[in-house]
Ligand binder design. Structure first.
Ligand code: MG
Length: 260
């Protein structure tokens, strides 16, 4: 009897650990700031996340800043509707809204919304602080804590332009997937530092296409931003990347479908 209970428990734990990874869509499509363009949703809004989920994207990307009072919030620009995020309190930011009436999401609210489904990964961009490298590392540390608190580890891959911030995530969450955005490190350097992959500008990859094969030979993943032109999407798909980050997820899904 004890053995049976133990077995059931072991199976339950094993299945709860692996469900999310298995259930995510495998179509390479990462909606950049959510899927906002075609339906005119605000970028980085919960509505744009839900649209990416509805489309069946493999991932939905979003950007994270920290307010002056230490709250992580989701927004692309350094300001939200004209208010500088890093020098405003969270309370102050609540005086403004997205165009669709949503208020700025905290990371916890965003992760909570993203966890309601199991098909689309949440691609968490840690924005480098304009104040200091130390603050970028603090944002990275708080981001890892928030993901842990929300039990969202299985949904989240991290990306960042802050090399130091990326290293901080790797240090605090060694099992997390962290990709680097800036484009000033070779695949070998990223591998050595413990990154999961690179997510580089499409024009940089067109200048250095050998990096794609080099990275994949090292076991790193390849992603590119922000690939919107059809000719660029087709070129990149020919290189067999792991992911493609785009403002045009509908078009990319169609191009991928055509190749199957
Ligand atoms: Mg971003």
């Amino acid at each position: 009897m004890r053995f049976t209970l133990f077995t059931i428990l072991a199976i339950f734990i094993a299945s709860s650990v692996s469900f999310a990874q298995k259930s995510f869509h495998k179509n390479k499509v990462i909606a950049h700031r959510g899927a906002w363009k075609a339906q005119s949703h605000p970028q980085n809004s919960i509505a744009s996340l839900k649209e990416a989920v509805k489309l069946g994207c493999e991932g939905s990307e979003f950007d994270v800043w920290m307010t002056s009072d230490g709250v992580l919030v989701v927004n692309h620009d350094a300001d939200f509707e004209g208010m500088e995020i890093e020098t405003s309190t969270y309370e102050e930011l609540l005086s403004k809204n997205h165009e669709n009436g949503e208020k700025i999401s905290t990371v916890e609210e965003y992760l909570k919304a993203g966890k309601k489904q199991k098909g689309t990964k949440l691609i968490f961009e840690i924005k480098p602080s304009k104040i200091s490298v130390k603050r970028s590392q603090e944002v990275a540390e708080k981001s890892v804590m928030a993901v842990k608190k929300m039990k969202a580890e299985k949904w989240v891959d991290y990306i960042t332009f802050s090399y130091e911030g990326g290293l901080k995530v790797i240090e605090l969450a060694p099992n997390a997937n962290v990709a680097y955005l800036t484009g000033n490190k070779t695949p070998a350097e990223l591998k050595e530092a413990g990154f999961f992959g690179f997510d580089y500008n499409i024009n940089l990859l067109k200048e250095n296409p050998h990096w794609i094969k080099e990275a994949q030979a090292l076991g790193l993943t390849v992603n590119a931003w922000t690939v919107n032109k059809e000719e660029d999407l087709r070129w990149l798909l020919d290189q067999n990347p792991d992911f493609v980050t785009t403002d045009e997820p509908e078009l990319l899904l169609k191009l991928i479908e055509e190749r199957q």
